[in-house]
Design a protein around this ligand. Structure first.
Ligand SMILES: Nc1ncnc2c1ncn2[C@@H]1O[C@H](COP(=O)(O)OP(=O)(O)OP(=O)(O)O)[C@@H](O)[C@H]1O
Length: 688
């Protein structure tokens, strides 16, 4: 026996001599090539017995691998057999709203919160949407719309807990992707959440969720899905989905992820009752399927447009939101001053609208939307929100100041470029929307039939008549300062009997501020039963509301201002009334200061040039680069004489004075495709 055979025999009994395998005799040296390898190893001075070890190990591993492969394939075959014959399953994809139904259901039934493998995030998570997918299980308007606020709102409603405690935002637990099981109606349900990272670009990865239950009948899963759907939709009925455009200035504009706001009850928007009634009747009639057929049969475009106009803070946006809630349609908000809107993007946005929705084209006059000589809208720096407020200043002195200011601004505007920087309250972005582009978007072929268009403006007089002609605007609603009735209603609305509000809560709150001399209701007069107590409270608030309304000058403040004041006294109406005179004084002096500032500003803007008689507005004199004062004066004189002779100046002045053709009020009953102006009654019957 040579060296190798001796070593092999040492390590493996039987090497070099026949080895017993499977009961038979196996001689390792009989393997073909063994002799050759053995000699090679001997030449290289290596211990060839290693070969035996490697050979044996490889054989063992191959056997094990074959065993596992076989086992896995058997399990797969078995699983396939079971899933094909013994279980039922439902597949839900995250791109479909059903996903949201299920996720909400899981949260509502504590399935997602009680699982062992979970993700955790903060409830008020300022992080990206990617985190939110796993941190949220609230309702979403559509599959892509996942919003943190909404989740939290809804979650609070579901588990009765609050999203924050004394220390800060609470933690939120949700199931990790993978397997999860729970019991539903005494049946085991298995959920497999699988992420699809194939096209993952860093935002929310797609997900497939498979719900499986034992048994061949799919009824159980259908029941669960139907229940999830019902609960989700019922929760949604109390909400309005609001879409705005994505805030990125350079990206292709598109509607952003819908946000769910609690629907605003239309009764909380205070308007003269007849205006509200007419408007509601008109919109509801328009949305009636019979009306749609009526339009179709006559070949009329099935669209309806409204113009809400009035000072800022008088409820135009609030009413639009409330209308969307009342009609259960989504609200799409678009402000012409927001973002780098172009004709194309505007058209695309209108194309992207669903069939039934409200489009709110806000502040159509914002930043001075006007048509220039080229037919394009111009956006002016000088007209900011602040100016809107100034223009509507309740102080008569300041009003004259404002109008002077406005004149100076409008002069500036004429020199404006077609594309100018806009100053919306939030953005400073380039905007260029041509007039025809806007009209095309509103009523071009791309515009969806069945939509409701609401345009709001603080300055109806600045709008081009073509924009608000019948067919584009079928009804106009004026929003004004708070008259006596409105003031009373605002007060009553704020202190109404919701959220446990009653005379006891008021007295408690007053105690915090040092208490009032008189008891709210003398103890001997306090009602005995609940119904009487409620009636007594309503009566009391009505009396206070009347007193409050009598103390404020009518038609001087916007509902937003009055609400803002009252909100400081959420549960202390008598305190609000006590502090009202001080608030009115502060408002008055603020207005006086504002008026003074404006007069000063207007004076400072008056340059010696502006005082000189010059060519009429809109007429520019090209001095061919000559800056000679004499020449300029001479030219000015010549032009003025020529203009006077040709009556151009007269005509031009007239044109400047004449406001854009006003829409005259017609009959109070809306007539199809005729403009109906719902004005607030001229005399509201309120005495100051
Ligand atoms: N008529 C009203 N009834 C109830 N609340 C009102 C009314 N007007 C204003 N408010 C309150 O004032 C706030 C601002 O109102 P809103 O945004 O609707 O005013 P707006 O007329 O759209 O203002 P802007 O012209 O600046 O857009 C809201 O919180 C709203 O609750």
């Amino acid at each position: 026996m040579d060296n190798f055979s001796a070593t092999a025999a040492r390590m493996l009994p039987g090497v070099g001599s026949p080895v017993s395998v499977g009961g038979g005799m196996f001689d390792i040296t009989a393997i073909p090539g063994f002799d050759l390898v053995q000699r090679l190893f001997l030449k290289l001075g290596l211990d060839s017995s290693v070969l035996v070890t490697i050979g044996m190990s490889l054989t063992l591993l191959t056997s094990l691998f074959s065993f596992f492969t076989y086992s896995i394939s058997s399990v797969t075959t078995l699983t396939r057999f079971i899933s094909a014959n013994l279980v039922s399953s439902a597949t839900v994809h995250s791109s479909d709203v059903t996903y949201l139904y299920v996720m909400r259901w899981l949260a509502a039934n504590h399935v997602s919160t009680d699982c062992r493998l979970f993700c955790v995030t903060s409830r008020k998570n300022p992080m990206s949407h990617a985190v939110k997918r796993f941190s949220s299980y609230g309702p979403y308007g559509d599959a892509s719309a996942r919003n943190e606020e909404d989740d939290d709102d809804d979650l609070d409603g579901l588990d009765g807990s609050c999203e924050e405690d004394r220390l800060g935002p609470k933690l939120k637990y949700t199931p990790a992707p993978g397997f999860l099981y729970f019991w539903y109606k005494k049946n085991l349900i298995l959920i497999n959440r699988k992420l699809d990272l194939t096209y993952y670009t860093g935002d929310i990865p797609d997900e497939t969720m498979i719900l499986t239950t034992i048994g061949r009948s799919p009824n159980l899963l259908r029941e669960l899905l139907a229940e999830a759907r019902r609960e989700y939709l019922l929760a949604q009925a109390k909400k309005t989905t609001v879409y705005t455009i994505s805030p990125t200035p350079f990206a292709q504009k598109s509607w952003d992820q819908g946000r769910h706001r609690p629907s605003r009850d239309i009764s909380t928007v205070i308007l003269p009752p007849e205006s509200k009634k007419l408007l509601l009747r008109d919109v509801k009639e328009y949305l009636n399927p019979v009306t749609a057929r009526w339009y179709a049969q006559r070949g009329l475009p099935y669209r309806r447009g409204y113009l809400f106009y009035g000072p800022p803070g008088t409820g135009k946006t609030s009413l639009s939101l409330a209308l969307a809630g009342e009609l259960k349609v989504p609200l799409y908000i678009l402000s012409l001053s927001t973002g780098s809107l172009t004709d194309e993007t505007l058209t695309m946005l209108f194309v992207g609208l669903p069939k039934k929705c409200i489009v709110l084209l806000e502040d159509i006059d914002c930043a001075g939307v006007q048509r220039n000589n080229n037919g394009n809208f111009m956006f002016d720096d000088s007209d900011s929100e602040e100016d809107d407020e100034e223009d509507y200043s309740s102080d008569s002195d300041s009003k004259s100041g404002a109008s002077k200011n406005k004149e100076t601004k409008s002069k500036k505007k004429t020199t404006n470029k077609m594309e100018a920087t806009t100053t919306g309250p939030h953005n400073r972005m380039k905007t260029s929307v041509s007039f025809s582009g806007l009209l095309n978007a509103i009523d071009g072929v791309a515009s969806h039939e069945g939509r409701i268009l609401i345009m709001t403006t603080n300055h109806r007089e600045r709008l081009d008549p073509a924009l608000i002609r019948p067919g584009r605007v079928d009804m106009q609603v004026e929003f004004g300062y708070a008259g006596r009735d409105t003031l009373e209603e605002i007060f009553r609305e704020l202190y109404s009997q919701v959220d446990g509000m009653d005379s006891a809560t008021i007295e408690e709150e007053e105690e915090v501020f040092g208490g009032e001399d008189e008891p709210l209701i003398p103890s001997e007069k306090k009602a005995r039963n609940e119904i009487d107590r409620q009636a007594q409270y309503t009566h009391l608030i009505a009396e206070l509301a009347e007193k409050f309304a009598r103390m404020i000058p009518a038609d001087k403040f916007t509902p937003a201002e009055v609400q803002g004041f009252l909100i400081s006294y959420k549960r202390a109406p008598r305190l609000a009334i006590r502090n009202l005179p001080a608030w009115l004084d502060s408002k008055r002096s603020a207005n006086e200061k504002k008026g003074l500032k404006k007069t000063k500003k207007a004076k400072s803007e008056e340059t010696p040039e502006s005082r000189k008689p010059g060519p009429s507005k809109g007429l520019s004199v090209n001095t061919m680069g000559l800056h000679n004062d004499e020449l300029r004066n001479l030219l000015t004189e010549i032009i003025n004489t020529v203009l006077k002779d040709n009556k151009i100046l007269q005509h031009d002045n007239k044109a400047n004075k004449a406001p854009p053709t006003p829409i005259s009020p017609t009959s109070p009953t809306p007539v199809k495709n005729e403009v109906t102006t719902i004005e607030r009654p001229v005399d509201l019957g309120y005495n100051e």
